[in-house]
Design a protein. Structure first.
Length: 151
């Protein structure tokens, strides 16, 4: 993905931050030619990623700036980039936050949903069929002493 394809998110992230988020997204989920699925750095997916990331901009900007001091995420190989995020504890918050945002954004994309046999629509009012499971798995949770404050 080149820098001209990046979408700004109301100016929360500068160009370098957007490129870094795009590089991380592409390293996490690459394009699949066989299944005709986009990478997570696809412009449509990136718009969702940047919109969701805006809520965590302070944490992400700090993490991205620190990451850029150690390596160049845009020119690094996907393996080197993921390795740096995975092995260095000071990137733990950045890595966790972006992983959640990237995965949520990617699996909300209509092309990805369709490829997984899901309709690209909101779950309500029609709902989705959920296969019934073993409800006894929740017995331990039901028996646990409440850990919350009563209201």
């Amino acid at each position: 993905m080149n820098s001209n394809e990046l979408i700004s998110s109301d100016g929360v992230f500068n160009k370098r931050h957007q490129q870094t988020i795009s590089a991380i997204a592409n390293a996490m989920i690459r394009k699949d030619e066989v299944l005709d699925l986009p990478s997570a750095s696809d412009p449509q997916v990136m718009k969702t990623i940047l919109d969701k990331s805006a809520h965590f901009s302070d944490r992400l900007v700090t993490g991205i700036d620190t990451l850029c001091e150690e390596i160049d995420p845009v020119t690094s190989t996907p393996e080197a980039l993921l390795g740096a995020l995975d092995k260095n504890p000071k990137f733990r918050a950045l890595s966790r936050t972006l992983t959640i945002i990237i995965m949520q954004s990617y699996y909300q994309d209509p092309r990805v949903l369709s490829a997984h046999g899901q309709s690209a629509r909101p779950p309500f009012p029609l709902g989705h069929k959920v296969e019934q499971g073993d409800w006894s798995l929740l017995d331990q949770v039901k028996q646990r002493t409440p850990f919350y404050r009563p209201v």
